[in-house]
Design a protein around this ligand. Structure first.
Ligand code: PEP
Ligand code: MN
Length: 336
């Protein structure tokens, strides 16, 4: 349920109303916007008499929210959320490119890629330390050592780092990681999501291979229900009957998610297509569609990459993509 307050409501009246609502055993989420203060009620609101609230002097309107996601719902929080990733902002007009290798392989590899993608305009460095591989015989990532190498690259370049968590047991290793990624395969690992809800770190939540947007938002809701509202949604392609591409990029996820939710939306054209030459057109389309950011895999030697070489751009190719992405954003902002 959402309660929209009149502008002239005093703090005392607001406190009284919140106190009364909390006595009705619902959690009250306050969103103070430029024009209105909105109270979002989470919990069992069925016993709450909407007419009674609507009749209060300070209340402008009351709406029941039919969607099962509440904290992630734009009706709860009409303005875009801006997520602060150790100084790099994303959402609400702030655009960020996250770039780096699929997996961290060595100090020289990650440092070279980090330096080059930064020079091309990337603002965060990605790199997998714990890798969710389909085969147990494939490279599983450098694990704790991989995180150490990312932290070195962060020290060297000043770029915040983004890396994937696969088990809540590894959380202590992520203490200095700036953004924790939940990969597609773990989007519905609810116990992991609950643990992440108890942290305050930004979470990049990727859409599952075969999950709906509603399910993605419900996974965001799991994290938010625990108190962590720093979520970035990521569309990375879904499984369809198409086989020429690794996945099918669902670009309509950008406007749809932004309509349904206030959370920023990032597109990962690398996993979405699986083919390096498709990354550029998909990245440009995502920027034009209004994505709040991109996550792009870049490798200094894609042919010898230990993971996802075929979809990785060289630093030179990334430079070209980044230039064009920024140009598209500039052109569109000039039309607004
Ligand atoms: C990744 O970003 O390295 C990754 C494994 O992506 P996804 O979870 O989208 O497959
Ligand atoms: Mn990858």
């Amino acid at each position: 349920m959402v309660v929209v307050l009149k502008n002239e409501a005093t703090q005392e009246q607001l406190d009284n109303l919140i106190g009364w609502l909390e006595e009705q055993k619902v959690l009250v989420h306050i969103s103070k916007g430029e024009y209105h203060t909105i109270l979002g009620l989470v919990g069992n609101t069925t016993a709450i008499d909407t007419d009674l609230i609507e009749g209060l002097e300070i209340v402008e309107s009351v709406k029941r929210i039919s969607e099962p996601f509440k904290n992630a719902n734009r009706k709860f929080h009409p303005e875009d959320s801006v997520i602060d990733c150790s100084g790099i902002k994303i959402g609400g007009g702030n655009f960020a490119i996250i770039a780096g290798p699929c997996s961290v392989e060595s100090e020289a590899q990650v440092l070279e890629i980090a330096t080059k993608v930064k020079a091309s305009g990337a603002s965060m460095l990605r790199g997998g330390a714990f890798k969710p591989r389909t085969s147990p015989y494939d490279f599983q990532g450098l694990r704790a050592e991989g995180i150490e190498l990312l932290l070195e690259a962060k020290k060297e370049t000043g770029m915040p780092i983004v890396t994937e968590i696969m088990s809540a047991h590894h959380l202590p290793l992520f203490e200095n990681v700036d953004v924790i990624q939940v990969g597609a395969r773990n989007m519905q690992n609810f116990e992991l999501l609950k643990e992440l809800g108890r942290t305050s770190k930004p979470i990049l939540l990727k859409r599952g291979l075969a999950n709906t947007l509603k399910e993605l938002l419900m996974s965001a809701e799991y994290i938010m229900a625990g108190g962590n509202e720093n979520i970035i949604l990521c569309e990375r392609g879904i499984r369809t009957f198409e086989t020429y591409t690794r996945n099918t990029l669902d670009l309509s996820a950008v406007p749809m998610l932004k309509e349904l939710s206030h959370l920023p939306v990032v597109i990962d054209p690398s996993h979405a297509s699986g083919i390096a030459r498709l990354v550029k057109p998909m990245a440009l389309a995502a920027a034009a569609a209004g994505a709040d950011g991109l996550m792009i895999e870049v490798h200094n030697d894609p042919q010898h990459a230990l993971c996802d070489g075929p979809q990785s751009l060289t630093p030179e190719q990334f430079d070209d993509v980044a230039k064009r992405v920024f140009a598209i954003r500039k052109t569109i902002s000039e039309l607004d």
